[in-house]
Design a protein around this ligand. Structure first.
Ligand code: ATP
Length: 355
């Protein structure tokens, strides 16, 4: 088991900044997801932790020990890649046992550890089968088995479910989470899929152009996004942003959205002017005839238990998630009640949340 700490880590490729001054700690046994769009620096961060890439500046500590310049093989870390290079001519047993064989572990000990690992992953009934004939999910489990058999201090995973179809992905998300609960190994997991990150991780680092925009629990990131970028990246459909038309000062408890007055959580920061956006998640909007914020129903997407209603306001489109039982007709005028404690205000310039 291990704690991973990165301190002021930077990585440049020539003039290009792939990671800028990033610091975070993954506590012993914690599951961290590095989340962000393609090219934001997730893989580069992971490769530096693994020792496959050297940082331009900053430090990496494993259990308090500075390993920044240690070789990859001296770090006791297992790296699970997206494309599993299983040995196709070997059976499941030999694939899982291979890392132990390479370490010179005795045959009886290899047998014991391979069988314990296979039981953990529920693939003990296919140990003698060649991997070439296995279905995707079983191959994935064999690859996981090979990664966990030598009980490394921590796991680094780079989009390990990237090649699976949606149905299998959901099954594997559950399995990986269960596996984590059972073996409790410190894990850093790279994904661009917010649902995957939300479902599995204890903590999420949301990345944007080489910068960690927010580091926190899935709930903190969802409920209290640090920026418009995070608010937009997490949630489906994402958060709505409405233009605030009144001047905002410290102590404000309401804002104007066009002709409407909307109550907001008290602003505790000193503000220096500039445009402000009001962020509201679709599920925090209720229809109420007497509400002053109004719009007309533009479209409806029925989802079974809920429906997403697209409302055209004076300030553009706004999506509300309401009960599927509610009758809404295209073109009708609706009043929108916003759930005050759940609202977030943002500076338009730079997109940072106002607290
Ligand atoms: P993806 O999911 O596409 O891999 P990512 O968030 O993991 O995205 P990285 O692979 O970390 O992104 O890459 C971050 C940026 O650094 C990209 O713009 C990439 O082109 C650049 N980059 C990565 N490795 C190198 C390299 N060896 N030389 C030059 N540029 C690189």
């Amino acid at each position: 088991m291990a704690e991973i700490r990165i301190e002021n880590l930077n990585k440049k490729f020539g003039d290009f900044v792939a990671l800028k001054d990033s610091s975070f700690t993954v506590e012993d046994g914690e599951f961290l997801a590095l989340l962000g769009p393609s090219g934001c620096g997730k893989t580069t961060t992971l490769r530096m932790i693994a020792g496959l890439e050297l940082p331009t500046a900053g430090r990496i500590l494993l259990d308090g020990e500075d390993v920044t310049f240690n070789r990859a093989r001296d770090r006791d870390i297992a790296f699970v890649f997206q494309l599993f290079a299983l040995y196709p001519h070997m059976n499941v047993r030999r694939n899982i046992g291979f890392p132990l064989l390479a370490q010179g572990v005795s045959r009886s000990e290899i047998k014991r550890q391979v069988e314990a690992t296979a039981r953990l992953l529920q693939i003990d009934h296919i140990l003698e089968k060649p991997v070439s004939g296995l279905a995707g999910g079983d191959r994935q489990r064999v690859a996981l088995g090979r990664a966990i058999v030598r009980r490394p201090k921590c796991f680094l995973m780079d989009e390990p479910l990237g090649t699976l179809d949606a149905e299998f992905r959901n099954v594997m998300v559950r399995e990986l989470r269960e596996l984590h609960t059972r073996i409790h190994a410190t894990t850093v997991y790279v994904t661009h899929d917010q649902l995957e990150a939300m479902a599995m991780a204890d903590k999420i680092a949301v990345m944007n152009h080489g910068v960690i925009e927010q580091f926190g629990t899935p709930q903190e990131i969802y409920d209290r996004p640090a920026s418009m970028y995070v608010a937009d990246f997490i949630g489906s459909p994402p958060m709505n942003f409405l233009a605030v038309t009144s001047a905002l000062t410290k102590g404000s408890r309401s804002v104007a959205i066009g002709a409407a007055e909307v109550a907001v959580p008290e602003v505790v920061e000193d503000l220096d002017g500039g445009a402000v956006a009001l962020g509201v998640r679709p599920e925090h909007i209720r229809f109420n005839d007497s509400a002053t914020l109004r719009g007309s129903v533009y479209g409806v997407e029925y989802l079974g238990t809920t429906q997403i209603v697209v409302v055209e306001t004076a300030d553009g489109f706004c999506k509300a998630r309401v009960s599927a039982g509610l009758r809404v007709t295209r073109g009708e005028t609706v009043g929108l009640d916003l759930d005050t404690p759940k609202l977030t205000l943002f500076r338009r310039q730079g997109g940072k949340a106002i607290r």
